[in-house]
Design a protein around this ligand. Structure first.
Ligand code: GLC
Length: 740
């Protein structure tokens, strides 16, 4: 009986959803029928406001009149109920009163700034990442924003590329899991709810593979590599119901992504059945001509709309050329109608036709200004984003009975440099950001003598502050240093050929180490930096990224052990620039290096160890975790069968702590060579000291599939290795066979 009831209930739900979709489609068609060609093209035109300049500005004093004439469909960089309402009122003066969409780059928080995404990824905590986007959406939608240009899911293997900070690192499996969490966080119970926003997965596609790690540079790769490593996070976002996709700036195999029909039409719309909005990146429609794929803006507009790009952000190619292309019969009106339908559908789904001011509620906006619960989540995520890279002699955590602490370095009292490149800039930021000095000072009782010296700036040659820093350090029981790269040294158009610690900061560390005091070095950055000498000599290293509003409190919690660090890096840390790109899921080659010391006839550099400085998945704890051997439910797997895998993890140290148990596989022989490891699962487990816990995974044939040279997604019979461990190098190993 219960089964019958449930099936009837789900049938009714499906009919209701279908009816809703049908009614939106019907409404869209009824509006389209009323629209002139110019009004249709207006919906495909997107301009930036003046809140921020996130691309090259085109002077245009006529934007507001164009809005009044229905020649603008959406805006970005307009913030706040007041400003969005003003512009929406202008749109209501147009003939058909089609409401505007308001978009914003909400990359890691809106009012509450969370750690940069590459730091958040180190938490491996999908629920917490989803919650951070839920908060970002709640805060942004309260300020009139309908659409967030996030998540950025570009797989990145090269730390010279400044935009690694916006993504989840080098692994497609983890990247896909995080993409799903972010889309669900932004869209919540569904767009149309006043605390939900449209999300936008970007940049489609393979932008992170720019040659040389040079932003905007060309990308050239086999389609098998594209599908195997770079597309999975996008597919996960589409499967999670992402509302929009943003084109990438780069060309892929000679065709600009914005005009790349294979990517946008064949893959995204036809194969993946994506039905949301495709928006160009800033000026990337016009960029099609700059790449040399179109002779001029007109040809660029044709290439983009034919490829499936619906909205033209800031290039004006659509506005200036689509009408004439239709009149010259070079462009089918159907393609324009398809793009307009995608835009109008989202406006109906958001409820903006019923109420264009639905997201313009001052009370709701004020209520989201300074929410304690949001700060608490930001603190939780910041604590879990910090990675303990080294802790010789267990000098961390710092005892609360310590007498004197010296806190040294240009980040100690920095404010905005805790935020990162894409953070929102608020006038009252300083009041809402907990600096590292404040956090540490507040964590220790007043009878702990805390000394401070800046020592040097972030990025100049002035070492005049060294003497003071040395003197201060000499009086302390322990020295905590905070160094790194400034918030404008990673991000868009911030590629660095040699991403070392800038300025004279390394020299400062060397001088402080010479005092003979125990030294903890905290590194603030948007990417894996090169810090070999520090890594060799500092007693302890914490990678603190750019942690956002709660930076100081999170750092203080980790320094004192109030939070036992659990972060695990999601990009391999290179030893020097020459080693990049470097990533764990590499192919074996015909001359693999069995270890760092073998140099003869192996694929490596004779002047550098082969391994990364710190491997993918690496991160220490104040405690230690012991792993049992792997238990397999069987050693032969057939289609339809499940392989149950388990290990027992024991907290063998002196602190309660959280471990991220990682599972990798290796397909030993296949029709295309397969990587030496592929992440296929992970689980977080909290264990009190001395406690043990069993961690179980389930492997099916789906986990063993890959794209062969015919781009078929297949699993092939043969031997597999399976690895479980605390990072991609320290693992237990087992073997099994797939039989088809
Ligand atoms: C920028 C970025 C993109 C961002 C857009 C709007 O150039 O590439 O990520 O969403 O422009 O600011």
């Amino acid at each position: 009986m219960r089964k019958i009831f449930l099936s009837i209930f789900s049938f009714v739900l499906a009919i209701h959803a279908l009816a809703q979709t049908a009614s939106v489609a019907h409404k869209v068609d009824s509006v389209i029928r009323l629209m002139t060609l110019e009004e249709k093209i207006g919906q495909l035109n997107q301009y930036s406001g003046d809140w921020a300049h996130t691309g090259p500005i085109t002077p245009d004093g006529d934007k507001q009149n164009q809005i009044r004439r229905g020649q603008v469909g959406s805006m970005l960089n307009v913030i706040g109920v007041e400003h969005t309402r003003d512009l929406q009122q202008m749109a209501m003066q147009s003939r058909l009163k089609i409401p505007l969409l308001f978009a914003q780059d909400v990359i890691h928080g809106f009012r509450t700034t969370f750690p940069i995404p590459l730091a958040q990824a180190c938490s491996w905590d999908m629920d917490l990442i989803e919650r951070s986007e839920r908060i970002a959406a709640t805060e942004a939608s309260a300020s009139g924003i309908h659409w967030c240009f996030a998540p950025m899911v570009d797989i990145a293997r090269d730390a010279r590329w400044g935009r690694v900070m916006e993504g989840a690192g080098e692994d497609p499996y983890l990247g896909a899991r995080i993409a799903t969490a972010r889309v669900k966080g932004f869209q919540g119970k569904g767009i149309g709810h006043t605390d939900a926003v449209m999300s936008c997965v970007k940049h489609f596609a393979a932008y992170g593979a720019a040659i040389g790690g040079r932003d905007y540079n060309s990308v050239d790769m086999s389609l098998q590599t594209l599908w195997q490593y770079y597309l999975p996070p996008f597919k996960a976002a589409v499967d999670a119901g992402v509302s929009s996709v943003m084109n990438a700036f780069n060309s892929l195999n000679g065709i600009p992504a914005t005009g790349n029909a294979y990517l946008v039409k064949d893959v995204l719309k036809d194969t993946w059945k994506f039905r949301g909005i495709v928006v160009s990146d800033w000026g990337s429609v016009g960029g099609i001509a700059t790449h040399g794929y179109a002779a001029d803006d007109k040809e660029a507009a044709l290439a983009a709309i034919e490829a499936g790009c619906d909205i033209d952000m800031e290039s004006r190619c659509y506005k200036n050329n689509l009408a004439s292309l239709v009149k010259e019969k070079k462009l089918s009106l159907q393609l324009i109608d398809n793009a307009v339908k995608a835009v109008l559908t989202k406006k109906f789904e958001l409820g903006l036709f019923e109420d264009p001011y639905k997201f313009c509620d001052e009370k709701r906006e004020n209520a989201q200004q300074n929410v304690a619960a949001h700060k608490a989540t930001a603190l939780q995520l910041a604590e879990r984003s910090i990675v303990l890279l080294k802790n010789d002699l267990n000098i961390l955590p710092v005892s609360k009975n310590v007498k004197t602490i010296a806190v040294i370095g240009p980040f100690v009292k920095a404010v905005k440099d805790n935020l990162g490149f894409w953070s929102m800039e608020w006038p009252d930021d300083s009041a809402t950001i907990v600096t590292q000095w404040e956090g540490i000072r507040n964590k220790f009782s007043s009878d702990v003598n805390m000394l401070y010296a800046k020592g040097c700036n972030i990025n100049d040659t002035d070492s005049s502050g060294f003497a003071e820093a040395i003197a201060v350090s000499s009086k302390a029981d322990i020295v905590i240093m905070s160094i790194g790269e400034a918030r404008d040294m990673s991000g868009e158009a911030k590629s660095r050929s040699n991403p070392v610690i800038p300025g004279v900061q390394e020299a400062l560390v060397k001088n402080i180490l010479a005092t003979g005091k125990p030294v903890v070095v905290m590194i603030n950055a948007g990417r894996p930096l090169l810090f070999g000498s520090i890594a060799d000599k500092a007693h302890a290293i914490l990678y603190t990224w750019w942690l956002g509003s709660q930076a100081g409190n999170a750092i203080a919690a980790v320094l004192t052990g109030d939070y036992n660090p659990s972060g695990k890096i999601t990009m391999s840390f290179p030893r020097n620039a020459g080693q990049m790109p470097i990533y764990y899921n590499h192919l074996n080659t015909g001359h693999p290096a069995p270890n760092d010391s073998t140099l003869d006839y192996v694929s490596g550099y004779i002047d550098l160890p082969h391994s990364p400085r710190f491997p993918f998945g690496y991160g220490l704890s104040y405690t230690s975790f012991a792993y049992s051997d792997i238990k397999l439910s069987k050693t032969t797997v057939r289609p339809g069968e499940k392989l149950e895998v388990s290990v027992v993890v024991t907290n063998s140290g002196n602190y309660d702590g959280e471990e991220t148990v990682q599972l990798y596989i290796r397909d030993m022989v296949a029709s295309v060579v397969r990587p030496v490891k592929e992440l296929k699962g992970f689980q977080k487990i909290f264990l009190k000291r001395g406690e043990s816990g069993e961690v179980k995974f389930r492997i099916t044939i789906e986990d063993l599939k890959f794209y062969n040279n015919q781009l078929q997604y297949v699993a092939e019979p043969g031997d597999f290795k399976l690895f479980i461990g605390t990072n991609s190098e320290e693992v237990k190993e087992a073997s099994f066979k797939l039989v088809l």
